[in-house]
Design a protein around this ligand. Structure first.
Ligand code: ZN
Length: 391
């Protein structure tokens, strides 16, 4: 599959290839300047006819210069591209606006609305049962898949962005808000950051009507507190969360549901909670969380899928190594998604790394040996260096 574009020097006719998914804002701004000076042309790798321009609004992006020519079927920018990795299922990209469109699972307003069958496995997408689209497979991302990807996008944006740096955990929360400004829910007009939770007095919130999106850290020193009973005697439990201003915010949760989610992700003592908040009852003193996901994170707030990942990511941060956790496959790496991608290593080329930590699992061992073969590919070696850690 084609997932790159070409920058052609008008004088020398030399073409340089870059991947859409790994181009950073600083580079896009430079391309914009060079294009303004008429030094270069930019075109998609799928076709000479698809020429591109750079928009340099707050978040720079590439868009097609004319509507006359369409991307080829095997191009990542083709609108019906279905050959996607798991983290792309349920996602689309609006080239003209530079917006990600996400088909996020429907919000169900009810306490403990999480789908039972998903509680014990890490489902990041589902096939949707839409009768009108029988011929075409459609996907939706689960809240877990959405939140994990939002986290990885924001981290990458910080590490690869205009002023590249490894964020601290609160800077990352602010980045999340920024990245959400480039995401729109399918069928909605506003960008996703406009749904973000803003504090207001509970008395002013309309019951079941005002729904906001919460993305905060669980206060690990005191995650759960027993609240005063409601006037009708109902006992309530609250989750203590910390927002980007380091303020504690409390939300009603179902204690058992929360504990199940934590038990499924035992490899960190730090968590992000993200999902919808609403006022469930006129007498409630707090908003309730629903359709929410809990993801384990490092001390800097990066999503980690295992204890080994957490340990290694934190070590790299301590050593000042700038890296991100990719969510898209690398074509030169057998279309695998590595555990990490180091931007500023000691080598001239970027470094990808894997942490092999699962033993005696046939599928895992098979993938492991495929990955070990993939790095022998000359196309890989030309572009990357790598290291594999065996744990
Ligand atoms: Zn194309």
């Amino acid at each position: 599959m084609k997932q790159s574009f070409l920058v052609i020097n008008k004088e020398t006719k030399v073409a340089t290839e870059y991947e859409y998914n790994w181009v950073n804002h600083g580079m896009l701004r430079r391309l914009h300047e060079r294009k303004e000076k008429n030094e270069i042309t930019i075109q998609c790798a799928c076709s000479d006819n698809v020429t591109l321009s750079v928009s340099v609004k707050s978040n720079p992006f590439l868009y097609p210069s004319t509507k006359k020519h369409k991307h080829k079927d095997d191009c990542i920018r083709h609108s019906n591209n279905t050959n996607r990795s798991d983290y792309e299922k349920g996602w689309n990209y609006d080239e003209d606006k530079g917006l990600h469109i996400v088909n996020l699972e429907k919000l169900v307003i009810a306490p403990s609305a999480s789908k039972e069958e998903d509680n014990n496995k890490k489902t990041i997408y589902r096939k949707t049962n839409n009768a009108s689209t029988v011929s075409k497979v459609q996907y939706e991302t689960t809240m877990l898949g959405f939140v994990a990807k939002l986290n990885m996008m924001a981290w990458e944006n910080s590490v690869q962005g205009y002023e590249p740096k490894t964020p601290d955990r609160y800077e990352l929360l602010r980045k999340i808000y920024g990245v959400a400004g480039r995401i729109r829910l399918k069928g909605k007009k506003k960008t996703f950051n406009e749904m973000f939770y803003k504090y207001k007095s509970i008395r002013e919130v309309k019951v079941n009507k005002e729904i906001s999106f919460v993305y905060m850290y669980v206060d690990e020193s005191r995650p759960i507190t027993q609240e005063k009973p409601l006037p009708d005697g109902t006992e309530k439990v609250a989750l203590n969360c910390i927002d980007s201003f380091k303020k504690t915010r409390k939300f009603y949760i179902d204690k058992e549901e929360f504990q199940t989610k934590i038990e499924n992700e035992p490899h960190s003592d730090r968590y992000v909670v993200a999902g919808y908040a609403y006022k469930a009852n006129l007498y409630h003193r707090l908003l309730s969380l629903t359709s929410y996901a809990v993801i384990p994170v490092t001390k800097e707030g990066l999503y980690c899928e295992s204890h080994h990942e957490k340990e290694h990511y934190e070590k790299l941060c301590d050593e000042g190594v700038r890296f991100f956790k990719p969510y898209l496959p690398l074509p030169e790496y057998g279309n695998f998604i590595p555990d990490g991608y180091i931007v500023n290593g000691n080598n001239e080329k970027p470094t990808i790394f894997e942490i092999f930590g699962i033993h005696n699992n046939e599928d895992y061992d098979k993938r492991k040996s495929e990955k070990k073969n993939a790095v022998l590919d000359p196309r890989f070696q030309e572009k990357y260096t790598h290291y594999f850690l065996e744990r």
